[in-house]
Design a protein around this ligand. Structure first.
Ligand code: HDE
Length: 766
């Protein structure tokens, strides 16, 4: 049935360029090729031509970077002026009639400065208001997709197409936190030579609703409630659960929302999905259906809920900072683009999936995801507002070789994005804002309006014309223009949902069945948490009834936590699974690259083991920080000064991926007597993070009363060091011992595994 998909899969069984990628990503990441200083050098060049000549090859996205150069404003070595270019005499004192006298209206510099300040804010996005952006490039592995699409950026392996990506949360406002339980936006703007293509996706492959006309309802329901504007950045409240329990088509997306996908560890470690079925159109007009997938090479990894909530206080910019710092450190986030290709003739070949229904996914086991290229994010924006805030993604932006389908959610989006930008960006000329400008030339008779930035030259502003030489000439189908796919349309005008959209539970069951045991536990806990915040009992009960249609055990487990009677067995579970849906199936291939490791130290620390671990992890691409009880430096047992990165109480275990407890009698004594240090270790353990315990550092672990010490051999003979797996991610080094290769391999294996959810955590006081 899936002939098309199989052909592509076979053709790409071992894509050569992909192998190159895998090799590159396991190698030690190259330092960012001085892109900051390169940018600075570029900015100092006097003319645009100079800049083009002087600029070293920008790390990806060269063409867009050069286009942006023309708009960058450098302030170094300049003098202060008004907006009119008039030099400013004094910007600290208003013009007054005498030092103690009234201010004068004549002070144009004061009035202009305040006026500009008063109008700094623009409306935030109605959804996805909080986001973080990065520049980079996309490059296809080979020409394999040429059989399916005329889009050059997908088929020419010699072309690096510049991209700008914006990751976002959905519910919270612009100033909210990075780590709520929420869907994440994953929007990519490709500046292709055929025009801009915006793939405006999410980190979950399905959506809450089937028809765009329900979008205002679902968004109103999840946003802070209208009477008191609470809660911020949370779905755990009555209106959300009232809506979803009355709109059962939401059930599949809601179970994804209750999974760990809703609390990604990092933008570097989450998938992205185009969600809708799109079309690919080949040069000869042949059409296929396509679903787009982004897979992070660092694996799919999440936080745990307790941790996510604490991070909201300790560092609300957690994901944004991680993205920024990774790029600054040259640890470039990388994602592989994959496609599921479905022949048009197979449109109705699936039992219970209508390809136009965005609440359904096509399991990878049914149609494989074929890797076609990679995206690397290698440059931070220069200015948050100018780029990340002003970028305008429009689902309607597609290029020849790609087309829409009749998915009613997609069709609604085609209207919404253009419409919302008009208000948000203050008029119809937002495509001229530097971050939105295509690299492909723009020539048409659209004109005027707020913020026209171009100066159209000539007399003729209409088509057809002879006064302007007939220009711009309409290139037409043969000239590379976008041609809407010819499609036979026939139907009765009516407001009616297709019968093929009517099943709302079977794919939620598929998702549930596909989860690892720890993922299931987290899902049950999430439903309990969210519904536990719902004040109206009948809403909780209604949700348990829906869960009973997904899986009886799930419903019983959730009911037991929220004071609702267990339901009687409901519809039988169909028993099908899609292992690819589990995060456990995507560990990633970059080892410890970008993982943050805290090393707890104090005066008297054994410096040698700390330094060798620090060097080895840094060599592998991890970010290692030494945390002291106070900032500055500690004195090692050997009397040397060892600089610390920061004081422990300015951070928290929730901001790290792994913790190392250093060796040294005096040092450990101080750590044991410091409640913050004890809590640090206990909390990291509770959140299933890898721990390395060096020598007498085990006393701190004992003080934290971690169950890892219940087995007596672990207390008495840590030096015997069972494998990392045997101790659920806790690795030991005997007192005074060298951090040898065996130990370091155990440690890096434990860190690369991200979390060790099988360990017992009940009763940990943290
Ligand atoms: Fe959006 N969505 N959306 N959405 N969406 C917006 O556009 C909308 C949907 C997504 O980083 C808005 O510029 C409707 C699905 C992302 O700037 C708005 C419907 C998916 C972003 C809008 C949907 C998305 C948005 C708000 C139902 C995943 C952030 C500000 C028919 C495939 C882009 C803006 C960025 C933003 C409308 C459903 C993803 C109001 C009407 C499904 C990633 O136009």
């Amino acid at each position: 049935a899936q002939a098309g998909a199989k052909q592509v899969a076979a053709a790409k069984a071992a894509p050569p360029a992909k192998a190159t990628r895998a090799k590159a990503s396991t190698a030690k990441p190259a330092k960012k090729a001085g892109s900051r200083s390169a940018t600075a050098a570029v900015l100092e060049a006097k003319s645009r031509a100079d800049r083009a000549a002087a600029a070293p090859p920008a790390p990806g996205g060269d063409a867009k970077a050069l286009q942006l150069d023309a708009h960058r404003m450098v302030k170094l070595d300049t003098e202060l002026t008004t907006d009119q270019g008039i030099g400013v005499e004094d910007t600290d004192n208003t013009l007054r009639a005498g030092p103690r006298g009234p201010s004068l209206l004549e002070d144009f510099h004061f009035r202009e400065k305040i006026m500009r300040f008063d109008h700094e804010r623009i409306p935030e996005r109605v959804v996805h208001a909080r986001g973080s952006g990065a520049h980079g490039y996309f490059q296809p592995y080979d020409t394999a997709l040429a059989e399916y699409t005329a889009a050059r950026f997908l088929t020419d392996p010699g072309t690096r197409t510049p991209v700008f990506v914006r990751f976002s949360t959905v519910q919270g406002s612009r100033g909210s936190t990075d780590t709520p339980r929420d869907v994440r936006g994953f929007a990519v703007k490709f500046y292709t030579d055929q025009g801009n293509f915006d793939l405006v996706g999410n980190n979950m492959p399905v959506f809450f609703i089937q028809d765009g006309i329900k979008f205002p309802d679902v968004v109103h329901a999840v946003k802070p409630e209208p009477h008191h504007e609470m809660p911020q950045a949370a779905s755990a409240h009555d209106t959300f659960w009232d809506f979803v329990t009355l709109q059962p088509e939401t059930m599949h997306h809601v179970i994804w929302l209750m999974s760990d996908r809703a609390i990604p560890r990092s933008f570097r470690t989450m998938q992205g999905f185009g969600v809708h079925t799109f079309r690919l159109v080949a040069a000869d007009g042949t059409r296929t259906f396509v679903k787009f997938h982004w897979t992070p090479v660092a694996g799919v990894h999440s936080l745990v809920w307790d941790e996510a909530q604490k991070i909201s206080g300790k560092d609300p910019d957690f994901n944004r900072r991680d993205l920024w710092e990774s790029i600054e450190a040259g640890l470039y986030p990388e994602y592989e683009l994959g496609v599921q290709i479905i022949a048009e003739s197979d449109e109705f070949a699936f039992d219970d999936i209508d390809l136009l229904d965005s609440t359904k996914l096509v399991p990878e086991e049914v149609v494989p995801v074929v890797p076609v290229g990679r995206m690397v994010l290698d440059r931070n924006p220069d200015n948050f507002f100018a780029e990340t805030e002003q970028v305008a993604f429009c689902v309607q932006n597609i290029v020849p070789g790609i087309d829409f389908t009749d998915d009613p959610l997609l069709q609604a989006r085609l209207f919404s994005y253009l419409d919302t930008q008009l208000t948000r960006l203050g008029g119809p000329n937002f495509a001229q804002i530097p971050i939105n400008r295509p690299l492909a030339p723009v020539r048409n008779h659209q004109q005027d309006g707020f913020h026209q930035d171009d100066i159209p030259v000539g007399q003729a502003n209409y088509h057809p014309n002879s006064l302007g030489g007939g220009c711009p000439v309409v290139p037409g189908a043969g000239g590379g223009a976008f041609v809407h796919t010819p499609e036979h349309v026939d139907g009765i005008k009516e407001r009616k949902r297709s019968e093929t959209f009517s099943d709302h539970y079977r794919q939620a069951t598929l998702f549930w069945n596909s989860m690892a045991a720890w993922e299931k536990e987290h899902i049950v806990a999430a439903y309990r948490f969210e519904l536990g915040k719902v004040a109206h009992r009948h809403i909780r009960e209604r949700m348990v009834e829906h869960l009973n249609n997904i899986d009886h055990q799930l419903a019983v487990a959730v009911a037991a936590g929220i004071g609702v009677p267990a339901p009687k067995p409901g519809r039988p579970n169909h028993g099908r699974m899609s292992p690819a849906l589990s995060q456990a199936s995507m560990p990633g291939s970059t080892g410890v690259v970008g993982r943050k490791v805290a090393v707890l130290v104090a005066d008297g620390v054994e410096g040698a083991s700390v330094e060798s671990i620090q060097a080895a992890l840094a060599e592998d691409g991890a970010v290692v920080e030494l945390l002291g009880l106070v900032d500055g430096a500690v004195t090692t047992a050997a009397g040397d000064a060892l600089p610390v990165t920061r004081a422990m109480n300015t951070v928290a275990s929730v901001l790290y991926d792994a913790v190392v407890v250093a060796d040294g009698e005096a040092a450990v004594e101080q750590l044991v007597n410091d409640g913050y240090a004890v809590h640090f270790v206990a909390e990291a353990y509770k959140h299933a993070k890898p721990l390395a315990v060096l020598g007498v550092g085990d006393r701190l672990v004992q003080a934290a009363r971690l169950p890892v010490f219940e087995a007596s051999d672990r207390i008495t003979a840590p030096a015997s060091k069972p494998s990392a797996g045997a101790l659920d991610g806790v690795v030991f080094l005997a007192a005074g011992a060298d951090a040898d290769d065996t130990f370091l391999t155990e440690l890096t294996t434990a860190i690369a595994a991200h979390r060790h959810y099988d360990r017992p955590v009940d009763g940990i006081a943290a």
